[in-house]
Design a protein around this ligand. Structure first.
Ligand code: DC
Length: 235
């Protein structure tokens, strides 16, 4: 039987960071559902800006100000569709459109634009303003929610992450070579970790979990235990 929070337990803010393919999205989603918390996928907001950029003719390496303005105008909301959280931008369900490899690749240079980060960090904090939130990304524990009650850094070996990414894409009917995924993932990891602004980095007070050899449910069980303990001791 699952532990439910006892009377008096307070809801927490949970920051989950990690590299692409670490499994954090699925795990964060399941964890939020179990806890009855709001789920916020911060990466989806960067993908949404990249998606808008793709159809606008703007270029990530040249049009930083214009892309920043696009980011500042968008209105984000996560809504449940058939039991799954979907990102809606200005009322449009963009969940499927933002998951293509093209959008994924462009989201990395787009996320390195300071004007974009400024607007999206503000939007993400706004989505986390009510207690009981699981937010996942790259800089949640370090920048977006530095005061989060629980900070997790989720990672896995490079090969394991590429295999998982390939499987996720296959489930969407997109077939890609493992070597191609490995190469793109490495490029994104390098860019995301080496950029000056909010690079992917483990917060000093985060718990690091390496998920190689663990099932999704095992990871969720472990995280739920950590959050339940935090709920029980939260002032
Ligand atoms: O997690 P994801 O693959 O959906 O993220 C898409 C891109 O956005 C990725 O290149 C990293 C970037 N990102 C970021 O810079 N900061 C975040 N908090 C989340 C994602």
């Amino acid at each position: 039987m699952r532990n439910n929070p006892g009377a008096g337990n307070k809801k927490c803010s949970v920051a989950i960071d990690g590299p692409a393919g670490s499994g954090k999205s699925t795990v964060a989603r399941k964890l939020a559902r179990r806890l009855g918390y709001t789920y916020v996928d911060s990466g989806a907001t960067y993908r949404a800006v990249a998606y808008k950029v793709l159809s606008s003719g703007l270029q990530a390496n040249k049009d930083a100000d214009e892309i920043g303005q696009v980011a500042g105008r968008l209105c984000f909301e996560f809504r449940d569709v058939d039991g799954q959280p979907h990102l809606f931008v200005d009322g449009e369900d963009v969940e499927e459109a933002i998951r293509t490899p093209e959008v994924g690749n462009l989201s990395s240079p787009v996320s390195a634009i300071p004007q974009v980060r400024e607007h999206l960090v503000a939007a993400q904090r706004q989505m986390a303003k009510d207690s009981g939130v699981v937010m996942e990304g790259r800089d949640i524990g370090t920048v977006v929610l530095p005061g989060a009650d629980v900070k997790i850094f989720l990672t896995a070996s490079v090969q394991e992450r590429a295999r998982r990414r390939q499987q996720q894409l296959q489930e969407k009917g997109i077939y890609r070579d493992l070597a191609e995924i490995l190469q793109q993932q490495q490029q994104r990891d390098d860019r995301d970790s080496s950029r000056d602004l909010s690079p992917l980095r483990q917060a000093e007070d985060a718990t690091k979990i390496v998920t190689d050899g663990m099932s999704e449910d095992e990871v969720v069980d472990l995280l739920e235990k950590i959050v339940r303990q935090a709920e029980a001791t939260k002032e």
